[in-house]
Write a protein that binds this ligand. Structure first.
Ligand code: NAG
Ligand code: NAG
Ligand code: NAG
Ligand code: NAG
Length: 344
């Protein structure tokens, strides 16, 4: 274990002069299995693969690449899913943007959904951004509007900081990481501990959590789809790897705060917030006093928008963590108003 760490490190140091700023890989557009890398869920559009090497492994990043039905508006959006979601969860937003003439790229990040599940991987937001920039390069896309939800909102901030020249507009929807959980007093817990929680995921546990945090205590039958999509991976052929990776992802969110960087965002930004959301990593294991200060999205949305130099804020006072799913009409009306009004 120690030896391989050292040899990996020295390879990194030796090749430091050759460091590429993004993944270099190829696009595979052939047919793919329905049950792909442990996710047997039918996506609304064909799934393609970005094949590249990362951390000395051959990896596949699954993605959808949707072209507008009729007239193109010449713009491309990339949609980042959250921890409990997949690219497919964006289906409603894909429809709306497609009708407006957008090309839409929707990746599953490495470790998630239909992408590879490497358990010896160093998961970081920076690595995800690097991987994703490589995907865009392989598709010959050099400018995107980035739209990210939940953990995807956290990634969209990191992506915008790492590749500012690539991003024209940025949209964050109820992102995690709008506050620095550890700084606020959430104790660090080990990956082993999170692994135990992840292992115990069930329909009831996922639904119970989402009902409270995402949908303000309400439940529609159609939300079952997204619980089952997730459970299918927890129960699928990559279960063991997936559970470990999800525990690593919790560690990533806890230890890689973006909350101190909002002043550096250059892109025109829309902050969209369902203010009834209470999502906060660590709220279940922090003290009651600390928990009480976390996940106050009515405050967080305003605070984050005020820190980003060129930001607009759209508030949904009565909605939870996933306004694009619970109230798609209101959500998309506000989104399009922002996207269609550009100063440049
Ligand atoms: C990227 O991959 C291609 C094909 O394998 C190779 O020809 C090219 O040199 C690589 N570029 C970089 C910068 O590594
Ligand atoms: C995938 O799901 C379909 C139906 O949704 C089912 O018929 C098929 O057997 C499943 N494949 C695997 C490998 O579980
Ligand atoms: C998950 O797997 C367990 C054990 O194999 C099984 O009892 C359960 O029905 C599965 N659940 C789903 C939703 O497939
Ligand atoms: C890690 C892993 O199992 N990756 C697989 C993901 O799916 C592609 C496409 O079927 C396979 O080539 C990979 O081996």
């Amino acid at each position: 274990m120690k030896l391989s760490f050292l040899s990996t490190l020295s390879v990194g140091l030796l090749s430091a002069g050759l460091v590429a700023s993004q993944a270099n890989g190829t696009i595979y557009e052939g047919s793919v299995a329905e049950d792909l890398n442990g996710s047997n869920f039918t996506y609304p559009y064909p799934v393609k693969l970005f094949k590249f090497e990362s951390q000395l492994e051959d990896l596949e990043m699954a993605f959808m690449d949707i072209r507008p039905k009729s007239k193109s508006n010449g713009r491309t959006a990339i949609l980042f899913h959250g921890k409990n979601f997949c690219g497919a969860t964006w289906e409603g937003t894909i429809e709306v943007l497609m009708a407006e003439g957008w090309r839409i790229i929707v990746p599953d990040q490495i470790g998630f959904c239909k992408s590879s599940k490497p358990t010896n991987y160093q998961f970081s937001l920076h690595q995800f951004a690097w991987n994703t920039r490589g995907l865009l390069d392989a598709l010959d896309i050099d400018k995107v509007t980035v739209i990210g939800h939940s953990m995807g909102g956290m990634l969209s901030t990191r992506f915008s900081l790492q590749y500012p020249e690539t991003v024209d507009d940025l949209v964050m929807v109820n992102a995690v990481g709008w506050e620095d959980y550890v700084q606020k007093g959430v104790p660090y817990i080990s990956i082993d501990k999170t692994w135990a929680t992840e292992s115990a995921s069930s329909f009831a546990s996922i639904k119970g959590y989402e009902k409270t945090a995402y949908y303000v205590g309400e439940w529609e039958d159609e939300y079952d789809t997204w619980v089952n999509m997730l459970l299918n991976i927890y129960n699928g052929s990559e279960r063991e790897n997936y559970v470990k990776i999800q525990a690593q992802i919790v560690d990533m969110v806890l230890t890689q705060p973006i909350a101190h960087y909002f002043g550096d965002i250059q892109a025109r930004t829309l902050v969209m917030v369902g203010e009834q959301d209470i999502t906060a990593i660590g709220s279940t294991w922090a003290s009651d006093d600390v928990s009480a200060t976390l996940g106050q999205f009515d405050v967080l949305g305003k605070t984050v928008a005020s820190q980003i130099p060129n930001a607009q804020l759209v508030r949904f006072p009565d909605l939870g963590h996933a306004p694009q799913i619970s109230h798609p009409k209101r959500f998309h009306r506000a989104l399009l108003r922002f996207l269609n009004k550009r100063g440049n």
